[in-house]
Design a protein around this ligand. Structure first.
Ligand code: ARG
Length: 459
């Protein structure tokens, strides 16, 4: 048990209490951030004359050597210490003696951990954004390749109107685009440095908080020391953004699973991204998509957990806040892994164009366009809707699609039909006449794709 605070105690901590209280098993993830924060802190302490330049240099050299040894594996972060902050400080004192005892001047573990967590989260925000950008590139590639690949669009999981694969992919581009933008909003709001808040009430040392903030690439110091140590809003925002990303991935996964099913056969997932069954030799299962969908629960759990932890905490720091870490770390890692794996699966997936086109044709997806045909020839829309409804019923009875009927059959239902009906309700016409901004028609899609490209270039 290596503790920083033994002085006022007459008994040693009960072992179970020690273990319950300790956080090193998970906050060791913050080692790099802890050392980075300490470097900035001692540089600032020397600049305002609280420690000498020589002490600063000794501490910096000590921190370097600890970091090198941890990175090389020569020094292990073990449960002998209460938390990562104690680990660094104890090792520093071991290595450089008295100067090491000055590292914690004008600092509390409360503002230290607030800083470490913020630095760690900021790195994760950036890494998540990068992974999403790569996924957006993959999606854009599919959009460019499949601008004329016709497929059915669904509502209620019932075939509705023909769209293109590019159009369908474009919907996901929008979702992940918003996710990237959300992350950059969060980054702006969170980018203030809590170090210097002390335990809760600042310190009596003449700390230069602007300098520390700048050294750590923040836009400035946090403005209230009580809030500085007890704010976890940025983490809640990030977990909320992660939950949204995961929700998007989960919806996409659900579609891939449906498209990959024996009944649909719209796509074939690459062997490298599928798994087999231990008993059924014929099986090739979409496990990656299912796992991405399944992992959504733990990501939502992390958000709910932190919101619940924070809701009853009086100002300022309380130990409850140590619970901000494990599930948050898990959510960060889970979402990044899911993005990367989903991206790989999508990039290697084959789309069965013929099956998709055939499916679009078979589901009366041109019924709206057939009604519009009548409307354009003077039939009121409500009547046209009724006529086409009858037509669909007639087709269902004969297991035919609308365009498989003869002109006589069509005319028997409405004399308004002429030879040009066939062209008017072909899948290609149905799609390409939809040219409003955001619609699947070829020319509208070119506009959408160009806007997507511009977005990626702007990042
Ligand atoms: N391990 C603690 C945490 O993660 C560090 C802060 C401890 N501060 C304290 N006053 N006990 O929140």
């Amino acid at each position: 048990m290596a503790q920083l605070w033994g002085g006022r105690f007459t008994k040693s901590t009960d072992q179970m209490v020690y273990d319950f209280n300790a956080s090193i098993s998970f906050d060791k993830k913050l080692f790099a951030q802890d050392v980075r924060g300490s470097r900035a802190h001692v540089k600032m302490l020397a600049s305002v004359g609280v420690i000498t330049d020589d002490e600063r240099d000794q501490i910096l050299a000590g921190l370097d050597s600890i970091e090198n040894d941890v990175n090389s594996g020569a020094l292990e972060i073990t449960s002998e210490y209460e938390d990562v902050h104690s680990f660094v400080e104890a090792n520093l004192i071991d290595r450089i003696g008295d100067a090491g005892k000055k590292l914690h001047t004008g600092r509390s573990r409360n503002d230290q951990v607030a800083l470490d967590m913020r630095l760690y989260t900021r790195d994760q925000v950036d890494a998540t954004s990068q992974a999403l950008t790569h996924l957006l590139q993959t999606i854009l590639g599919i959009m460019e390749e499949h601008i004329d690949t016709i497929m059915p669009g669904f509502t209620h999981l019932q075939k509705a109107q023909p769209i293109t694969l590019a159009h369908h992919m474009g919907a996901y581009f929008e979702m992940f685009r918003r996710d990237v933008l959300r992350l950059s909003d969060i980054r702006v709001r969170m980018n203030y440095c809590p170090l210097g808040s002390g335990a809760l009430a600042g310190t009596t040392y003449p700390l230069n908080r602007d300098m520390t903030a700048e050294l750590l690439e923040f836009d400035g110091p946090t403005l209230n020391s009580m809030d500085g140590v007890s704010d976890r809003d940025y983490l809640i925002e990030f977990l909320s953004a992660l939950a949204t990303i995961q929700m998007h991935l989960s919806r996409f996964s659900e579609e891939v699973i449906i498209w990959n099913s024996n009944e649909y056969r719209f796509v074939e997932i690459d062997d490298a991204y599928s798994t087999g069954s231990s008993i059924m030799p014929q099986k090739k299962n979409p496990d990656i998509a299912e796992l991405v969908r399944g992992k959504t629960g733990r990501v939502y759990g992390a958000l709910t957990s932190l919101l619940t932890t924070m809701k009853g905490i009086p100002l300022a720091y309380n130990k409850d806040m140590q619970e901000d870490k494990e599930m948050a770390f898990d959510a960060m890692e889970t979402v990044q892994n899911c993005i990367v794996l989903f991206d790989g699966m999508l990039a290697t997936m084959t789309f069965n164009k013929e099956v998709m086109a055939e499916s679009a044709k078979k589901g009366f997806t041109n019924a709206t366009d057939a009604a519009d045909y009548l409307v354009n020839r003077g039939v009121p829309f409500r009547d046209a809707h009724g006529i086409i409804g009858q037509l669909v019923l007639y087709c269902i009875d004969r297991d035919k699609s609308i365009d498989e009927l003869s002109l006589e059959e069509l005319k028997a239902i409405s004399p308004v039909f002429e030879e040009d009906i066939y062209d008017s309700i072909s899948m290609e016409t149905c799609v390409n006449k939809r040219l409003t901004t955001g619609a699947p028609g070829h020319d509208a899609m070119i506009g959408e794709i160009n806007a997507c490209k511009e977005f990626l270039n702007s990042l």
